[in-house]
Design a binder for this molecule. Structure first.
Ligand code: NAD
Length: 460
């Protein structure tokens, strides 16, 4: 890559990771030409339009800055591969739903297809970067496929897992805690790694760029997600005990979080974690541990997912128990359906489990969300029962017996709850699955208020 033309970067997979990541690289590195390709033509058309396919604060500005200058979105994968010097692969790696390892292992079919496409269209050496989250030692398989070419082409596989969080993706990309780049420790491997490090070093301070071997890099991503999710399941497990003992979960979280060894973040009790990554990555870790015969390690991490599922069901059981053991025919408004605030993403949202369980109990579920209603509709497609989608939270709550807060959108903190109370059936209930509302104020208005890990405030 010592010639005069700009380095061509290609990213295969224009999703929640590929799109924002490449937009930031292009914006920060005008000397690079960045192309993002995808098999999904509709998604690419949206990336080229004024209505981007994902909602992410700050994303529009970054895309506007670079698109057409050195950032391009295209469906022409073959040309993209041919022209690229460095290929980031950011395709989806969901949980397998069939065969060996179904419900646990990573489904690597999209990943392997990409490797074969790269092989089919390459006419010169390339660096291939694993951006997707993958099982440890995937790069070995990738190298075997790529270096099986009969043309003497050389492919160096580098691992560069993405740590961005949806909702803060642009901030995370512009100012990351760290960037991790792993490679083989051979001279060629280290040279490839340096090429990737150099891209990030354009805007990320060197001391925040960590270099490691390939396997450490791959495993660090799974481990980071497992640890983050574990903190949520840990605090959620204690929230259940708080509800039995009148300890207050926010007081407990604050008391333990001020210990610098523990730290305050990711200690917010809730209806449970969601998102496309935590569950899938932990189950992937569990599967890998089992395949190496490490059953105790597998059981340990699996319990993080089990507690999360239990917490979601526990939330529904609290609703049911307090609505006099029946919600059949009752209107229940779910405030929020995105798996977290500031995103329209609903993948693995606790809202899915809550809505399904309420529908099984024959409730009439009304879902409101400022960004996620289209995705919510898709998530619940084919589910039997009475479900409505309503953009306006006031209308969603009209005639409802209960409101259940699923997503911590800040707009829900500032609604006119006196007006909402007047429009609801009585007794009116609020189940705050995110502990964002002012419980005392709602109680004073007449609501019966239930929050996670808190003493209920009831009028009877
Ligand atoms: N979403 C997150 O917050 C996040 C954060 C860090 C890491 N990750 C990881 O990044 C990876 C991508 O996640 P995502 O959320 O962006 O997924 P996504 O489903 O939003 O995007 C993946 C894209 O890849 C495309 N694709 C699949 N096979 C292809 C092929 N052969 N050729 C071209 N395009 C193809 C799909 O059409 C899709 O648009 C996953 O491994 C995920 O675990 C995600």
């Amino acid at each position: 890559m010592g010639d005069q033309r700009p380095t061509n970067i290609l990213c295969i997979g224009a999703g929640y990771v590929g799109g924002p990541t490449m937009a930031v690289i292009a914006a920060k590195c005008p000397h690079l030409k960045v192309t993002v390709v995808d098999v999904n033509a509709e998604r690419i058309a949206a990336w080229n339009s004024d209505r981007l396919p994902i909602y992410e604060p700050g994303l529009d500005e970054v895309v506007r800055q670079a698109r057409g200058r050195n950032l391009f979105f295209s469906t022409d994968i073959a040309t993209g591969i041919r022209e690229a010097d460095i290929i980031f692969v950011s395709v989806n790696t969901p949980t397998k739903t069939f065969g060996e390892g179904a419900g646990c292992a990573a489904d690597l079919q999209y990943w392997e297809r990409t490797a074969r496409q790269i092989l089919a269209h390459s006419t010169r050496d390339k660096i291939v970067v694993e951006k997707s989250t993958l099982p440890v030692r995937t790069a070995e398989a990738m190298e075997r496929i790529l270096n099986s070419n009969g043309q003497g082409l050389r492919f160096d596989v580098v691992s560069n897992p993405e740590f961005l969080a949806e909702g803060t993706a642009i901030r995370d990309l512009e100012n990351p805690d760290r960037v991790l780049v792993g490679s083989r420790e051979t001279p060629e491997g280290v040279r490839a790694r340096r090429a990737i490090v150099d891209i990030y070093a354009t805007w990320v301070p060197r001391e925040r760029i960590i270099e490691s071997n390939l396997w450490s890099s791959e495993l660090s991503k799974l481990t980071a997600n497992a640890f983050l999710a574990q903190r949520i399941s840990s605090i959620n497990s204690i929230s259940a005990l708080c509800e039995r003992t009148e300890a207050d979960i926010d007081e407990v979280a604050y008391a333990i979080g001020t210990d610098s060894r523990i730290g305050p973040r990711f200690l917010k009790a809730s209806v449970g974690f969601g998102g496309s990554c935590f569950k899938k990555d932990i189950l992937n870790l569990v599967y890998i541990c089992r395949s190496y015969g490490l059953h105790e390690v597998a059981d340990y991490w699996e319990s993080v997912v089990r507690i999360n599922e239990w917490q979601q069901s526990r939330f529904v059981r609290t609703i049911l128990a307090n609505l006099f053991n029946t919600v059949a025919g009752k209107r229940i408004a779910l405030f929020g359906f995105a798996f977290k605030a500031d995103t329209g993403d609903t993948r693995e949202s606790p809202g899915i489990a809550v809505a399904r369980q309420l529908l099984e109990e024959r409730a009439h579920v009304v879902i409101t969300d400022p960004q996620a209603l289209d995705n919510a509709r898709q998530e619940l497609e084919g589910v039997t029962g009475s479900v409505t989608f309503e953009p306006d939270p006031y209308r969603a709550a009209e005639g409802a017996h209960a409101i259940a807060v699923i997503t911590e959108w800040s707009l829900y903190k500032t609604l006119d709850y006196a007006r909402i109370f007047r429009s609801m059936e009585k007794p009116a209930f609020v189940f705050d699955g995110r502990n964002i509302l002012d419980r005392e104020a709602l109680f004073a208005l007449g609501f019966n208020v239930f929050a996670i890990g808190k003493k209920p405030l009831k009028h009877f």
